[in-house]
Write a protein that binds this ligand. Structure first.
Ligand SMILES: Nc1ncnc2c1ncn2[C@@H]1O[C@H](COP(=O)(O)OP(=O)(O)OP(=O)(O)O)[C@@H](O)[C@H]1O
Length: 744
């Protein structure tokens, strides 16, 4: 199925200005820009690193010469090359704008299309555009008893039977957002928000933004909600349905901007509508939107993105920190506050920090809103709840915490949106039922005054699959020793026989199954990067056992190009947006197909070509590796449908291998998901045993290790003996010098 074909193809949408229905084809942002390595090392430098690693004696001079280049370049490392350029451009534009009178500015804006009334697409056009972009929008209906065998209504996408029951799902074709200008002209977003978006330099909405923003922002009538066959009523306007959205769109497709615009506009609209003067005793900012993400790193990234979009709007966005508490009235109470507005609560001595949007991990937030452990106080002011990486937030690890927060959001007009590149049917059902049950508990389903409510699923491309614009490689390395060897060959391809394998160029991420394995691999590779190229400072390990400060420092180092290779666990597999990332190496196979999709999705973002995803596997992994092979194969098929098979180093997984690999049973999948490959989870220190020793990450042979241990033992023993001798001598001296009276 050519699922992502249109993600990298041109569209019929004009790049700027008012949308023409018959406009020329233009590529969308996620349509795969030509390979562009923002990577500072830009290949030459990495080649230098390889050269220097091969440099011995005679080549010293050349190495020395290049060294200064490397040092020089390292100062210019800029993963966000485009962004820097854009910010310069936007500064330039801002300055130019300041010099133009306001009336003229308005005229220019209008001529640029910002204020232009954009004609609506008719139903056929909506369908064509959404289809071309592979955007499928479905109203999730309630489960009903099956009454007939054939369903002649073509708008029903089902029935999807579940034990004699079927889900009454209905596909719809609402107005797509074909240019950002329409956000203002059609959906009336704030001028400031539109300007902030403009300053980001995004030319056009990505597919997920094209589909989700009209649903979330919506106009006040039923435009775009016509279903196939429904009669158009020109005179009668219906209230726009309230929407809770479940969005499944590829990694790096711009979901963050989708929910951020929705939340910011929602808050700005409310602020404008009520034009509230702040009542006495109340704070100026009140948390009305919660964005939940599974890791601190992702939460920080969302805050950064949010701040850019919220600049100058008066809306505050804050990342929750450990030392903060959320008051039941939704003022954040903190003893040590860094930044933000400060107030003194009238009733307590606690310091209050005010914010409109709060970004947090589930546990941190639950802690902040719970007076006693896990009994969260109600959060009636919350009107927007965003679950980023919703599938992981609703999976067993975070489920209780996430649902507890969701339950605490007691506002009757709460709008919830769930976002991820992978949301399986069980998680979707769970979310759907939770939304319906919550409405039932609040009595909302009986209220005739309320507008209709829909739970909508939006899928972009082929659901739950890896992006096809990167090259996937599945490499058999037989054993742990083999994996280390393979990794070194990828790092220094000139030392390896030509295998046709894609080379892995920094910056890249290496994923391991456990923290201890990440640490072990880090110490093993520490000296693989030559001193001339920066040595051990170029490689780092990041995991959840490190302090928050250490984690932030490493993240900053990786983002600004000081660190080239980052070894980590699944901690960084979701949501992290590192621009210019050249590759991902799964040193240990991921536990699930979804985990593979997210890990490899750290490269090839925004449809960029040239990313490489390498997965090493050993004979221990053979029973499980089909999980990964299936995802790669689906991605390769998508590529083949685009006529791009063989690009980027040949087939990711050969057909014979796919057929030869054993299927993974449901039971095994479940065990793998919770524990990973069992033999890799045991450690020599704690559980000992041959198995653990075999899975250890080290190039040293058993013989060498024994020799080393003996040597260590001998050195230790000699040290102990020396100490003993010294202490005996000291005792003797002491005894000799003590006065023992006059001998008779
Ligand atoms: N309309 C756009 N045009 C160009 N770039 C965009 C657009 N929208 C977002 N981006 C950029 O695309 C990159 C990826 O966006 P984002 O992190 O939101 O992806 P995502 O869909 O959330 O991915 P993941 O599933 O991995 O979390 C970001 O660097 C963002 O700035």
């Amino acid at each position: 199925m050519d699922a992502f074909k249109l993600l990298i193809r041109s569209t019929n949408i004009q790049k700027t200005g008012p949308v023409s229905r018959k406009g020329p084809a233009a590529p969308t942002p996620s349509a795969g820009a030509p390979a562009r390595t923002q990577n500072p090392l830009d290949n030459d430098d990495f080649l230098h690193m390889r050269e220097t690693s091969e440099c011995k004696g005679t080549k010293r001079k050349r190495c020395g010469q290049t060294r200064t280049e490397v040092d020089g370049v390292s100062g210019e490392l800029d993963f966000f090359g485009d962004r820097a350029r854009l910010s310069v451009l936007s500064e330039h534009t801002k300055k130019a704008k300041r010099d133009v009178p306001k009336s003229e500015q308005a005229r220019i804006q209008k001529s640029e299309g910002f204020e232009e009334e954009v004609p609506e697409f008719d139903e056929v056009e909506c369908r064509q555009i959404l289809k071309r972009h592979k955007v499928k929008i479905t109203i999730l209906g309630q489960t009903c008893q099956v009454q007939q065998h054939h369903n002649n209504d073509s708008t029903r996408t089902g029935p999807q039977k579940r034990g004699g029951k079927k889900d009454m799902h209905t596909q719809i074709w609402p107005q797509p957002l074909t240019s950002f200008q329409q956000l203002r002209s059609r959906y009336g977003i704030s001028r400031r928000l539109a300007a902030n978006l403009d300053a980001q330099g995004y030319a056009e909405p990505t597919e997920v933004q094209l589909g989700s923003l009209p649903l979330l922002l919506g106009s006040d009538d039923d435009r775009g909600w016509r279903r196939k066959g429904a009669r158009k009523s020109k005179s009668k306007k219906h209230p726009r349905p309230e929407v809770d959205l479940i969005t499944i769109a590829p990694t790096g497709s711009g979901k963050t901007l989708g929910f951020m615009i929705h939340v910011l506009q929602g808050l700005l609209k409310e602020r404008q509508a009520t034009k509230k003067s702040v009542p006495e005793g109340m704070t100026k900012h009140q948390v009305q939107a919660l964005i939940i993400a599974p890791t601190h790193e992702l939460a920080d990234q969302i805050v950064n993105e949010g701040k850019k979009m919220a600049a100058g709007t008066g809306i505050k966005i804050l990342g929750l920190k450990k030392n903060m508490r959320l008051h039941p009235e939704l003022a954040i109470v903190s003893e040590q506050v860094s930044g933000g507005t400060r107030d003194r609560s009238a009733h307590t001595n606690e310091t209050l920090v005010n914010s409109d949007i709060l970004v947090s991990t589930p546990l941190l937030l639950l802690h902040a809103i719970s007076a006693k452990e896990f009994t969260p106080a109600p959060l009636p002011a919350i009107r927007f709840l965003v679950l980023d990486e919703a599938d992981v937030l609703l999976d067993h690890l975070f489920r209780e915490q996430t649902l507890a927060i969701w339950r605490a959001c007691s506002n009757t007009s709460l709008r919830t949106s769930l976002w991820s590149a992978t949301i399986g049917s069980s998680i979707e059902s769970l979310a759907h039922s939770f939304i319906l049950d919550r409405r039932r508990d609040l009595g909302l389903h009986l209220s005739p005054q309320l507008p209709p409510h829909h739970v909508i699923r939006l899928v972009v491309g082929l659901k739950d699959s890896a992006i096809p614009n990167i090259s996937h490689r599945l490499i058999y390395a037989a054993s742990e020793q083999g994996k280390l060897l393979a990794l070194r060959q990828l790092l220094h391809p000139s030392t390896a026989p030509t295998t046709g394998a894609p080379s892995l160029q920094p910056p890249f991420l290496i994923f391991t199954q456990t923290i201890s394995r990440a640490i072990a691999l880090h110490s093993e590779l520490l000296y693989d990067i030559p001193v001339e190229a920066g040595g051990s400072s170029r490689i780092a390990v990041l995991h959840s056992d490190l302090s928050d400060t250490a984690r932030s420092k490493i993240m900053a180092g990786f983002r600004n190009g000081e660190i080239w290779i980052l070894i980590t666990t699944d901690l960084l597999s979701r949501g992290m947006d590192f621009r210019g990332m050249n590759g991902v190496l799964n040193y240990d196979i991921p536990n699930t197909g979804a985990s593979y999709v997210h890990r490899v999705g750290r490269t090839g973002r925004q449809g960029r070509e040239g990313g490489v995803a390498v997965t090493l596997y050993t004979k221990e992994d053979v029973p499980y590796v089909k999980n990964v092979a299936n995802v790669i194969s689906a991605s390769e098929r998508a590529k083949a449908n685009q006529g791009r098979e063989g690009e980027g180093g040949g087939e990711g997984v050969q057909k014979w291998l796919l057929e030869a690999l054993p299927d993974v049973s449901k039971k095994t999948k479940k065990a793998l998901k919770s524990r990973g490959v069992e033999s890799r989870s045991v450690t020599v220190e704690h559980e000992g045993g041959r198995e653990a020793r075999r899975m250890r990450i080290s190039t040293k042979s058993g013989y060498d290790r024994r020799l080393e241990n003996k040597k260590k033992g001998a050195v230790g023993g000699s040290g102990r003996r020396r100490k003993q001798r010294d202490s005996d001598k000291a005792d003797e001296d002491k005894a000799g010098s003590e006065w023992s009276g006059i001998d008779d």
